[in-house]
Design a protein around this ligand. Structure first.
Ligand SMILES: Cc1cc2nc3c(=O)[nH]c(=O)nc-3n(C[C@H](O)[C@H](O)[C@H](O)COP(=O)(O)OP(=O)(O)OC[C@H]3O[C@@H](n4cnc5c(N)ncnc54)[C@H](O)[C@@H]3O)c2cc1C
Length: 384
């Protein structure tokens, strides 16, 4: 909606990832004229799956995107963590009555759905368009030299955000010394016993983990996690002999690892402020976190929608952005801090980790803390 009587208000957004597309769709659905600038030549993303919890599903529903995003999604019955002997340390119930909901889909499907939702709402998406910087009065500078003036600029240009850094908003960026190779392969019944096939399972051995994630009826998303200085383990294509040595009970799965994959180091990003004047920072650019809760994208969805809700009809955009941050930052920081703590056990001895996780896995209070974001009701959403 317009704050005054004239033309629709304008938003210029840098980055067509989860955060930028969510903000774009939500703003356009509220009557804004929105242009998204994506540096890449196309809107495709790399082949991997993604976990989306109830909080993210609620945002997709509010955007009118839930049905399309979850066509063919996998809905697992539980999330297990397993120790080096393949003994279950924790079983996290999901998708039952009273539980948080969790679905897994292909990233491609999520991005494709958000792009369609944006286009239906009238958003213009420009590829090969790199943003360089912004000014607090709402000017976005592009690599082709053009300057775009807007009522609102959104920096959703990811963890290495140039727009954020042009405004000196970074408080700190912390390397966690750990990361993952992600890949998609076809599902195969022989990978795990029949009772495990539909589960989400995270297997631990030493400082390495394998995350087993059915992401559709036919796609298996696999994440191989290891220390950032474990050079043999982080090599792409994955070293099958090395991973089979660490996880002999997954030898069949490991033998099927493909030649492709993408390594990402885990980091935490915290900002002095999430906005400066008319520029808001959204998604990993503002609050990157390690993926142990599967909530980085969930927070980008929540904050992208909440941003549009905050500025909708606001006469004073900078003030609306300050209020947006005050409302949304506590749950995001809780999510970042909880996720970071969950990484502490990466370097514990196997036996210690196994004993501790069997005990903590039964602790209701810790379970509630961990599920707090999944159970959170984001602004302007309804239950799914
Ligand atoms: C191993 C791993 C597993 C994960 N698993 C999950 C999960 O299961 N569930 C979950 O919710 N989250 C997960 N996450 C986190 C999630 O992927 C991110 O939080 C999310 O993608 C952030 O979205 P974004 O839009 O902020 O940034 P990005 O996805 O990084 O998108 C930024 C976009 O901006 C573009 N861009 C960059 N610079 C510029 C520029 N200067 N100008 C214009 N465009 C630019 C990029 O090309 C990109 O398209 C995981 C992360 C990792 C590393």
């Amino acid at each position: 909606m317009n704050a005054g009587s004239g033309a629709p208000r304008r938003a210029e957004i840098a980055g067509a990832g989860i955060g930028g597309l969510t903000a774009a769709a939500a703003l356009a659905q509220r009557g804004w004229s929105v242009v998204v600038h994506e540096r890449a030549p196309n809107l495709r993303t790399y082949g991997a799956g993604i976990y989306i919890w109830s909080n993210g599903l609620r945002v997709l529903k509010a955007l009118g995107a839930l049905e399309q995003a979850t066509v063919g999604a996998h809905i697992g019955p539980q999330f297990h963590t397993r120790d080096h002997n393949n003994t279950t340390m924790e079983e996290i119930p999901i998708n039952g009555a009273g539980d948080a909901r969790l679905v897994t889909i292909l990233r491609e499907q999520l991005i494709g759905t958000l792009v369609d939702t944006c286009r239906k709402a009238g958003v213009e998406i420009v590829t090969n368009s790199e943003a360089l910087s912004a000014t607090p009065d709402g000017e976005l500078l592009l690599a082709d030299g053009s300057k775009r003036q807007a009522d609102l600029v959104v920096a959703a240009d990811g963890i290495n955000s140039r727009v954020r850094d042009s405004l000196d908003l970074l408080m700190y960026r912390k390397q966690l010394g750990y990361g993952a190779i992600r890949m998609l392969i076809a599902r195969d019944d022989a990978d795990v016993p029949a009772e495990d096939r539909d589960r989400y399972i995270e297997y631990f051995t030493g400082s390495r983990r394998i995350l087993y994630t059915p992401a559709s009826a036919t796609d298996l998303y696999v994440a191989l996690c290891c220390a950032a200085d474990d050079e043999k383990a982080l090599a792409v294509p994955a070293d099958r002999e090395l991973w089979a040595q660490s996880f002999p009970h997954l030898a069949h799965l490991v033998s099927r690892f493909g030649g492709s994959g993408r390594w990402d180091a885990f980091e935490v990003v915290k900002l002095k402020r999430w906005s400066k004047g008319r520029v808001a920072i959204v998604g990993d650019a503002a609050h990157a976190m390690p993926p142990y809760l599967g909530q980085g994208g969930g927070c980008a969805l929540m904050n992208g929608l909440a941003l549009a809700v905050a500025v909708d009809g606001a006469l004073d955009v900078p003030r609306a952005l300050t209020e947006w941050e005050a409302r949304e930052r506590p749950i995001t920081e809780h999510t970042q801090d909880t996720a970071e703590r969950l990484g502490d056990m990466n370097f514990w001895p196997d036996d210690v980790r196994s004993e501790v996780m069997k005990i903590t896995g039964r602790c209701v209070e810790l379970g509630m803390e961990r599920m707090k974001t999944a159970r959170y009701a984001p602004a302007a959403t309804e239950p799914v």
